[in-house]
Design a protein around this ligand. Structure first.
Ligand SMILES: Cc1cc2nc3c(=O)[nH]c(=O)nc-3n(C[C@H](O)[C@H](O)[C@H](O)COP(=O)(O)OP(=O)(O)OC[C@H]3O[C@@H](n4cnc5c(N)ncnc54)[C@H](O)[C@@H]3O)c2cc1C
Length: 404
């Protein structure tokens, strides 16, 4: 009898963890599992603000897929997904196609620009190893060029970060550490550099505990970050941004605009005819796409409603990883002929945002954490993930808390 074929699209948190769990829980002959990913590596998206600023080498954030996947149990296909043809139960790749019996969609996120003019064309975004390598190189180039210009161009040393949510704040925290190093390297007076974080909401880190928000903002301001709160980016051009606050416009010239103000699900999902909201499929309790018996969606492509407040959970790695566990259990149930599927219930353990080296804020359970304690907690969370993915060997190889 032919084994059922499970195809997993994307090797981010949701996809790779589903593959690793299947590898651990599945018997040899139960199913054929194929993992498809654009690159031959998995990267830790939650670390990308660091290589973007240049405070961590991008190689530290990536893990070769062959180092965590047992190729006797899982087939890895390095290719780019172009379309899901769900009526035909197949996936179109750039270099071929794959038929499936069960599909796991784990293709992650894309920046959401909310229709802001020029943002897509002129701003950078923190979304992959490729994108953050470009940001780091670009910032270094601008600093290196500054003293070579006959007429000094302040826009080379002005960095605009759009959005003061989680990603924006973590990124400016890294920039606050990186700018003094760049100034030293390229003989630039730090007073000439501006890092401006623009946020449309009335506060940074909207939704976070106000005391923690105050701590974060004060710390980052002391490190030289400027905040423009309650301010919208109206337009992004090749020369910089046009901001708007209380109907008053301001133009800031900048050669480096980085947009972190929102994410949506991968556009492949909506372009493949699934019903979506901001590119995300509102999944059933068992993580299947509505109307599809054999299509699961995990991570940032899945929209999950919090029944306590009837609002969507923010897309996080924490939820993507937990969904991978439920998705694996449900796939195995279906393969074994059990129709009673598990309900996914996220267990939010806490949230920690880093603010540069040795500094962070966060909540764990009902406890608020600040400074070095929060920073240590962040590193423990990162190491725990590496442990779940590849055991102690991976923690020693890629982890952040050095034991020796
Ligand atoms: C800077 C930053 C910091 C963050 N910090 C935190 C945090 O502290 N805690 C937290 O819980 N969350 C955090 N998040 C959010 C978290 O990273 C995402 O929610 C998480 O990455 C979603 O996981 P995923 O598996 O859905 O997708 P991803 O991790 O984005 O992975 C998607 C995968 O699909 C692949 N892929 C995409 N398109 C294709 C294609 N067409 N063909 C083949 N492969 C493709 C990609 O290469 C990638 O490997 C942060 C995000 C950012 C950007």
């Amino acid at each position: 009898m032919n084994k059922p074929k499970i195809v997993i699209l994307g090797a981010g948190y949701g996809g790779i963890m589903t593959a690793v769990r299947l590898q651990k829980q599945m018997g040899g002959n139960e199913a054929e599992v194929i993992l498809v990913n654009k690159h031959n590596y998995h990267y830790q998206t939650t670390w990308l603000h660091e290589p973007a600023a240049g405070t961590l080498h991008h190689d530290r954030t990536r893990i070769l897929i062959k180092d965590v996947i047992n190729e006797n149990k899982i087939t890895f296909v390095q290719d780019t997904v172009v379309e899901i043809k769900h009526e035909e139960q197949k996936v179109i790749l750039e270099n071929g196609e794959l038929a499936y019996d069960y599909l796991v969609v784990a293709l992650g996120f894309e920046p959401e620009t909310f229709g802001i003019e020029g943002l897509r064309e002129n701003a950078f975004s923190i979304r992959s190893v490729d994108s953050v390598r470009k940001i780091r190189e670009h910032i270094e180039y601008e600093f290196a060029s500054y003293n070579n210009d006959v007429e000094k161009k302040p826009e080379r040393l002005t960095i605009i970060v759009g959005g003061a949510g989680f990603t924006g704040i973590e990124f400016v925290g890294e920039l606050a550490d990186r700018v003094p190093e760049l100034c030293k390297e390229f003989d630039i007076d730090p007073k000439e550099v501006r890092v401006i974080n623009v946020e449309a909401a009335p506060t940074v880190l909207p939704g976070f505990d106000p005391e923690l928000v105050e701590y974060a903002q004060n710390l980052l301001e002391r490190k030289g970050i400027e905040f423009k709160i309650g301010t919208m980016i109206k337009k992004c051009t090749e020369e910089g941004v046009i901001l708007s606050k209380d109907d008053v416009e301001e133009e800031i010239k900048s050669n480096t605009v980085v947009w972190t103000g929102g994410v949506r699900g991968n556009s492949i999902v909506e372009n493949s005819g699934f019903e979506t909201m901001r590119g995300r499929i509102k999944v059933e309790k068992d993580l299947r796409a509505p109307g599809f018996e054999n299509v699961f969606v995990v991570g940032d492509c899945a929209l999950l409603i919090n029944e306590e407040n009837d609002r969507p959970y923010p897309p996080t790695a924490q939820i993507a990883i937990q969904q991978a566990y439920t998705c694996t259990n449900n796939l195995l149930k279906l393969v074994r002929g059990n129709e009673e599927l598990e309900t996914f219930k996220p267990e939010i353990k806490g949230t920690v945002a880093s603010l540069g080296e040795g500094e962070a804020i966060g909540t764990v359970g009902t406890k608020k954490l600040y400074g070095s304690t929060a920073s240590m907690m962040k590193k423990l969370i990162d190491n725990r993930y590496l442990f779940l993915l590849g055991g102690p060997r991976l923690v020693l190889k890629k982890g952040k808390l050095k034991l020796f």
